[in-house]
Design a protein around this ligand. Structure first.
Ligand SMILES: Cc1cc2nc3c(=O)[nH]c(=O)nc-3n(C[C@H](O)[C@H](O)[C@H](O)COP(=O)(O)OP(=O)(O)OC[C@H]3O[C@@H](n4cnc5c(N)ncnc54)[C@H](O)[C@@H]3O)c2cc1C
Length: 337
């Protein structure tokens, strides 16, 4: 067995990358009593992180339809950690709907995903009044939450600064720049040092309309694509996200059509919405699409959060701290370099 507990607890830790992975590492190492510095190449608005484009859904149950059990396990633990760190995080569930013609795919999703109850048209209307009369049946995942990445990263950074953790923005760093312990959370930018890491493109559209209000993410089941609409503040909605094996970061006409069709098909009022933004980013993924904590002598690499960075970052950080502090090693995610 090569997962030995470390005996020397590092006092100072440099973390590279203030995306969702690095930010949670910084929070939990600081809570564990380490002196932490966070280095980020972006501006404070975090435009260079994959997370800037993310839906921000904390949806371990919906994701259990297609993800491995370890994702559900870490995801459920993360929900507790999100609640503790940011008690105002909305946990008002998610809704999955389909049109009658896509019933077979809806039933398949219902069979594979855990943690939902079936809701009829009246219950859908009670949850989302603007969807009244649109769908006969849905699945309600009442324990799921969602965050707006463009707000939650700055909020967590403010929390770090309040805890005395310096964040060096516009600071491009490499693991060899430091003498002591380093946690490498560079996401897809670490690809040069991790040959098995790949980028999986996700495209989104941001639209704006005051004609319709939603309180929670709504996923529309479709035989060829399964996309969602996530409400944001100020009458905005993020429509996401494609999953394409490509490292190009452009948005194709086909994807734009699929994204906008999804919104229109959830509610025709979206047809009058203004398109504010379309964009894409690369999800960092290992060949098995599972997260990995690779513990070397001095550097621990945390990467491969794929389509679950917001969902998994807290529990992955907790596992990293437990390993580095020599408390316990989660053999499902920790590898020794
Ligand atoms: C369209 C889309 C939708 C998504 N929706 C969801 C969702 O609903 N729920 C969910 O849980 N996940 C979602 N994801 C996945 C999630 O965004 C990723 O898993 C997550 O962003 C990965 O986090 P990370 O911190 O590893 O990488 P990143 O977010 O990319 O952060 C890495 C950071 O490191 C910085 N960096 C890189 N190199 C250096 C360097 N040399 N020096 C200093 N800083 C450096 C980068 O600037 C960046 O800020 C989505 C992704 C996409 C693309």
């Amino acid at each position: 067995m090569n997962h030995h507990a470390r005996t020397r607890v590092p006092e100072t830790i440099n973390i590279i990358g203030a995306g969702i992975a690095g930010t949670w590492q910084a929070l939990l190492f600081a809570q564990a009593g380490c002196k932490v510095t966070l280095h980020e190449r972006s501006e404070p608005s975090m435009t260079e992180s994959t997370g800037y484009w993310a839906g921000g859904m904390l949806a371990p149950y919906c994701e259990s339809e297609g993800a491995e059990p370890v994702i559900t396990r870490l995801g459920l633990r993360s929900l507790d950690l999100w609640r503790e760190a940011l008690p105002q995080t909305p946990f008002n569930g998610s809704l999955v709907v389909s049109h009658a013609r896509d019933r077979a795919d809806f039933e398949r999703f219902a069979r594979l995903a855990q943690g939902h109850s079936r809701v009829d048209a009246a219950a859908i209307a009670a949850l989302e009044p603007d969807l009244a009369g649109r769908f006969h049946e849905g699945l309600y995942f009442d324990r799921e939450g969602h965050v707006d990445p463009r707000q939650v990263l700055p909020a967590l950074h403010a929390k770090l600064r309040a805890a005395g953790v310096p964040i060096e923005y516009k600071s491009q760093a490499a693991p060899d720049d430091f003498d002591g312990a380093v946690i490498d959370c560079r996401g897809i930018a670490a690809r040069g040092d991790c040959p098995s890491l790949r980028g999986v493109k996700g495209e989104i559209a941001m639209i704006e309309t005051a004609e319709i209000t939603l309180s929670r993410p709504v996923r529309l089941i479709h035989p060829r694509w399964s996309l969602y609409v996530v409400p944001r503040a100020n009458n905005r909605f993020l429509i996401g996200a494609t999953t394409i094996e490509s490292e190009d970061t452009g948005v194709s006409v086909r994807s734009a059509l699929e994204l906008l069709t999804t919104a229109y098909s959830v509610h025709p009022a979206f047809g009058e919405a203004r398109i504010l933004e379309v964009g894409a980013a690369l999800r960092p993924a290992f060949p098995d699409n599972l997260p990995r904590i690779v513990a070397g002598n001095r550097t621990v690499t945390v990467n491969g959060l794929y389509r679950h960075g917001f969902l998994l970052a807290p529990a992955v950080a907790e596992a990293t701290v437990a390993h580095v502090m020599g408390e316990r090693t989660d053999a499902e995610v920790v590898r020794c370099a």
